[in-house]
Structure formats: structure tokens, C-alpha cells
Design a protein around this ligand. Structure first.
Ligand SMILES: N[C@H](Cc1ccc(I)cc1)C(=O)NO
Ligand SMILES: [Zn+2]
Ligand SMILES: [Zn+2]
Length: 291
């Protein structure tokens, strides 16, 4: 439910989260020449993320990491599953995309670091995972973290996954998308996007920010189109939210170029940490609810 009644579980996980760890993961992902959905870099990045998350989950029998193969291109999505203890059929999804692009004509040697778009989102999720494990957190519901393939070419990875989940009647109770979390280009800290998302869940997200990160300021905006993977889940009727780094007109000008670097987002991950903490509070508040 959207009642905040798991503060004792949320607080220690949030306090342990650090920007430096997010910076490290952004650097690792940005070091691939590109992560485009049809290149070897795109395939290598997917395999790398699977190995990284699996390594972090060592010793946790309730955590599994799999790859979701897509038809028509080699890059696979990566799905980490933390199986719930006593209410496992109800599922929370945190998502970001692992592919990157340098724009039209991206090929094997194209440089596309995608530090903000969307290494920042993957790195934010990874820090959530690390702190949950460090604190021995075990959810009652199932929590899935998904690195989508092929977002840049039409939300293709998330569309396949959301359709698959719907076809299999997976009871996803909430989805949060983290796409671009580290470029602070606007006055407010977190912008709640109101199109292709769910308004009641968005109100819950605002409550999470006001409760767990009360110094942060909130803005609202719209993309006007399906601007990231949340739209794939929305299309299948699932509740989604997309907290975003800036207002629509002030978005990161470097994305989809070789200049989407960590340095060009300010050379620190403090903005991403806000989104990582929001994602952690979202997953733990919802994930700790019984049937
Ligand atoms: N279209 C999105 C980028 C994007 C998303 C939201 C806003 I506001 C501005 C720009 C993309 O490239 N996602 O990978
Ligand atoms: Zn993106
Ligand atoms: Zn993009």
C-alpha cells in the first residue's frame, strides 16, 4: 500500500548509500566504446552487468540474475530478481536501460559513453542493490531490477519484457524508471513526469521524497511522447513512475553524442544519489508489504 510504514527498514539502507559507488559504476559502463544494441560493445556491456550483479549477489540464495534474449538483435536485457519471503507473487520493478547511442549511424567504433543516458540509471540501481545486500534486507514481495536492451531504438527491450510479463500474468504492483539521473540542469532536484505514468503512484513517489529526503525540491513535467521505458509498462496497464533529472526543456544537451560523459554532468554523482535513494525507498516501502 502507499502508507509509509517501513521506515525502520528504509532508513539504514538509505544512509549507507554513497555517490562514490555510483560514480564507479558509471565509469565502468562508460568505458565500453559504445553499448549500442547491435554492436559487440552492446553485447559485452550486457554480459558485464550480468556478471557484476551476480557477483554482488553471491551468498544470497533469494537473488538470481538472468538475461532476457531479444529477437532480431544480440544485446540481451539483464534481470535481477530478489524473490520475496512470504508474498513473492507481487512484484516491484526498478528499471533503466543498459544500451547507449551516438545517434543515427552508431556502429562498432562509434563513441557513445552514455554516462548520463543511461549509465547513471543503471549505477543508481546498482547502489540500491549494494546497500540492500549490505544491510541484509529481504523483501516480502519480489523486487526485480532490469537493465533494458535497445531503449534508444524504440523502447524495444522493455516493450518485449512488459508484453511478456503481461502475457504471463505477472502481478507487477509498481514500476519505477531511472533514465538520466546525474545531470542537474534545472532548479528543482527531482522532476515527476506525469504522462505515460500513474498519478496515484506519482503521489506516493512525492510522499517518499518528502518523507525520506525532505530537503529535496520537486518539479513536474511531461515528455509529450513515450520518452523512456516506463511507457512500455504503461502500455500494458502497469502502474509506472519516471522521476527525471531536469525539466523537459533543460535536459542534458550532451546525450546521444560522444560527449555524454561523467565530467559533462559535473564530475560527481550527487544528483544520481537522490534518485538512487528514491528508488530504494520505493522498492523497500512497497517490497515490505505482505499480501
Ligand atoms: N528520449 C530520451 C531522452 C529524454 C528523456 C526525457 C527527456 I525530459 C528528455 C530527453 C532518451 O533518449 N532516452 O534514452
Ligand atoms: Zn535514456
Ligand atoms: Zn537516450
Amino acid at each position: 500500500s502507499y502508507v509509509l510504514d517501513n521506515q525502520a527498514l528504509v532508513a539504514p539502507v538509505l544512509s549507507q548509500m554513497q555517490a562514490g559507488n555510483i560514480e564507479t559504476t558509471i565509469g565502468e559502463l562508460a568505458s565500453f566504446q559504445n553499448r549500442f544494441y547491435t554492436t559487440t560493445g552492446g553485447t559485452d556491456a550486457s554480459n558485464w552487468l550480468k556478471q557484476k550483479w551476480a557477483g554482488m549477489a553471491t551468498g544470497r540464495a533469494d537473488i538470481a540474475v538472468t538475461q532476457f534474449a531479444h529477437t532480431g538483435y544480440n544485446q540481451k536485457s539483464v534481470i535481477l530478481t530478489i524473490t520475496g519471503t512470504d508474498n513473492p507473487s507481487e512484484v516491484i520493478v526498478l528499471g533503466g536501460h543498459l544500451d547507449s547511442t551516438a545517434g543515427s549511424g552508431t556502429g562498432e567504433s562509434s563513441r557513445a559513453p552514455g554516462a548520463d543516458d543511461d549509465a547513471s540509471g543503471i549505477a543508481s540501481m546498482t547502489e540500491v542493490l549494494r546497500s540492500m545486500i549490505a544491510n541484509g534486507y529481504k523483501p516480502r514481495r519480489t523486487i526485480k531490477m532490469i537493465g533494458y536492451a535497445a531503449e534508444e531504438v524504440g523502447l524495444r527491450g522493455s516493450q518485449a519484457i512488459a508484453q511478456n510479463f503481461k502475457a504471463n500474468n505477472v502481478n507487477v504492483v509498481g514500476v519505477m524508471q531511472l533514465d538520466m539521473t546525474n545531470y542537474k540542469g534545472s532548479a528543482n532536484d527531482i522532476y515527476i513526469y506525469t504522462d505515460y505514468t500513474d498519478s496515484l503512484q506519482n503521489d506516493f513517489v512525492v510522499k517518499l521524497i518528502n518523507t525520506y529526503q525532505p530537503t529535496l525540491t520537486i518539479g513536474y513535467d511531461k515528455c509529450g511522447y513515450g520518452c523512456s521505458d516506463h511507457a512500455s509498462w504503461n502500455a500494458q496497464g502497469y502502474y509506472t513512475s519516471m522521476p527525471f533529472e531536469t525539466s523537459f526543456t533543460q535536459d542534458n544537451p550532451y546525450i546521444h553524442t560522444a560527449n555524454d560523459t561523467f565530467a559533462n554532468a559535473g564530475g560527481q554523482a550527487n544528483h544520481s544519489l537522490k534518485f538512487a535513494r528514491l528508488a530504494a525507498s520505493f522498492a523497500i516501502e512497497l517490497g515490505s508489504d505482505g499480501a
